[in-house]
Write a protein that binds this ligand. Structure first.
Ligand SMILES: Nc1ncnc2c1ncn2[C@@H]1O[C@H](COP(=O)(O)OP(=O)(O)OP(=O)(O)O)[C@@H](O)[C@H]1O
Ligand SMILES: Nc1nc2c(ncn2[C@@H]2O[C@H](COP(=O)(O)O)[C@@H](O)[C@H]2O)c(=O)[nH]1
Length: 215
């Protein structure tokens, strides 16, 4: 599309790297799925992990599940934007076609931890938007992990143990949203996404459009 082309209120713009992080169990995957269902303009960056699949998780949809040796190979070949150790496994964001798609205006959603967020932000401050989701309380966080029923009591304890240190990174994010009521939290996350899309610096089509208005 030529730079000055637009339809109604749609102007050409760079895509966003929209990051949702939270302590495990606060609800970022739930909010991510709601966002992906509701918004056709954003696509999930599917991570690679050495963790085994949970019941219902689909290869290529939720994660790419790989062996330790395969993960090593991807690291050696510099195939990751970022990667980190989380809960005894490794997780990484594959480069894929993200950079060129961003230039074409495609938005990406990243469900990654604070370590990955820092790495992505260091690489690309212009396109990254960092959103941190907090649970309403520590007791509710445990209740959610238990009710999800995907992890053993030992794994839940480990995730709870780590929650406080994850929460301590809250101030490295642009936005913090408390996920008390799911619909309310989703609405706020959507408002953030909409506002970030409208930022002047991202709207590459604005300059020719405004020039056209002034001529
Ligand atoms: N606002 C909410 N109220 C009640 N339950 C919720 C709310 N948000 C999410 N949940 C539930 O809490 C559980 C954990 O949510 P989810 O799996 O989205 O967390 P997560 O932050 O992605 O965790 P992880 O990092 O371990 O993947 C799920 O069973 C989900 O349905
Ligand atoms: N740094 C990265 N963190 C990631 C990535 N993909 C997922 N995650 C985070 O790992 C934990 C655990 O996830 P789970 O699915 O096993 O519960 C969670 O905080 C995710 O956000 C990634 O590519 N890089």
């Amino acid at each position: 599309m030529p730079e000055s082309d637009h339809t109604d209120d749609t102007l050409a713009r760079r895509g966003l790297m929209f990051i949702l992080s939270s302590p495990s169990g606060a609800g970022k995957t739930t909010i991510s799925r709601m966002l992906l269902d509701a918004d056709e303009e954003i696509r999930l960056s599917v991570s690679v992990t050495t963790r085994p699949p949970r019941p219902g998780e689909v290869e290529g949809t939720h994660y790419y599940f790989v062996s330790e040796a395969e993960f090593d190979r991807l690291v050696e070949e510099d195939d990751f934007y970022e990667w980190a150790h989380v809960f005894g496994y490794r997780y990484g964001t594959p480069k894929g076609r993200i950079r060129s798609a961003l230039k074409g205006g495609q938005d990406f959603l990243f469900d990654i931890d604070w370590q990955g967020t820092q790495q992505l932000y260091q690489k690309d401050q212009q396109d990254v938007v960092r959103v941190f989701i907090l649970p309403p309380s520590i007791a509710e966080l445990r209740r959610r992990l238990e009710s999800r029923a995907t992890d053993s009591a030992q794994v839940i304890d480990a995730r709870m143990e780590r929650a406080r240190s994850e929460i301590s990174h809250w101030d490295a994010y642009d936005y913090v949203v408390i996920n008390d009521d799911m619909a309310g939290c989703f609405a706020k996350v959507r408002e953030i996404l909409d506002a970030e899309r409208m930022k002047r610096q991202r709207q590459t089509g604005l300059i020719p459009f405004v020039r056209q208005l002034m001529n």
